[in-house]
Design a protein around this ligand. Sequence first.
Ligand SMILES: Nc1nc2c(c(=O)[nH]1)N[C@H]1C(S)=C(S)[C@@H](COP(=O)(O)O)O[C@H]1N2
Ligand SMILES: [Mo]
Length: 306
Amino acid sequence: MIRRAVRDPRWYEITQESFVLSRRKMTGLLAGAGAIVMTPIAAQAALQPDDAQTPEELVTGYNNFYEFGMDKGDPAANAHQLTTTPWTVEIAGAAKKTGTFDIADVLKGIAVEERVYRFRCVEAWSMVVPWMGVPLAKVLSKFEPNSNAKYVEFTTLKRPSEMPGQRGFGSGIDWPYVEGLRMDEAMHPLAIMVTGLYGKPLPKQNGAPWRLMVPWKYGFKSGKSIVKIRFTERQPRTSWNVLAPQEYGFYANVNPAVDHPRWSQAKERRLPSTLFSPNWRETLPFNGYADEVASLYASMDLRCYH
Ligand SMILES: Nc1nc2c(c(=O)[nH]1)N[C@H]1C(S)=C(S)[C@@H](COP(=O)(O)O)O[C@H]1N2
Ligand SMILES: [Mo]
């Protein structure tokens, strides 16, 4: 993100968000697991009238997934090299049930829902995507975290043989890619683990077989192709925060009032966005989910904890 932003004029693309719930059956990956959608969440934060869904080919063709390269087209070009079966997940730290589990067992019995969320990258572009997935809270609860679990750390796959961006120097990230949430953020009903989009299994460039989606935070918080979940007492060290703490905070809540040191976060480009039709729009606090999540941060100065 950092170096790219300096040398790539495309960094200034945009976003916005919101979500709706629908009741479509999951197809693909999880169909065999018998997971069927019946959204239990009553809340339906309305999308704005101009929150049309982003064309699928942009969502699957314009990506940040530095394990596969730093250009927006690299993940779509290279991610086919990734083997996603079998896929195991290591559960570690402050929980009753720890160990290594097959992803199918982790997801078993949890209904897949479709959530249309706004999604905003810290680089100031945004999309509206029909994600399919499961509430993160339901996944985490299975492992019975204990009272020492104050944070959750998520680690992405490190496999240089299949991930060309992990070979040699590129982004400056010390692989694997690590992200984290405070426990109450992770347990919030809007946070999901995504297993599909547009009614199909999740494409590899979008983080197959599963990736995090935290719609009120900048995109880098939503780690892809997760292989490890660790419950911790201390705030985890996260990749972007370690690389450039003054630019990428741990919390990274979407906030139009706190600029990135090198650009404004007040506006965003909603994709599709072109040079002649950049489609700029206002960025909303918490990416439009303030009614749902602002209470999580009631006692915090979000200029410090950005
Ligand atoms: N493992 C991993 N996860 C990642 C990234 C990455 O480079 N590696 N990029 C993040 C960033 S900066 C964004 S904006 C989103 C992009 O998700 P998308 O390509 O599905 O739109 O993924 C996030 N998750
Ligand atoms: Mo991003």
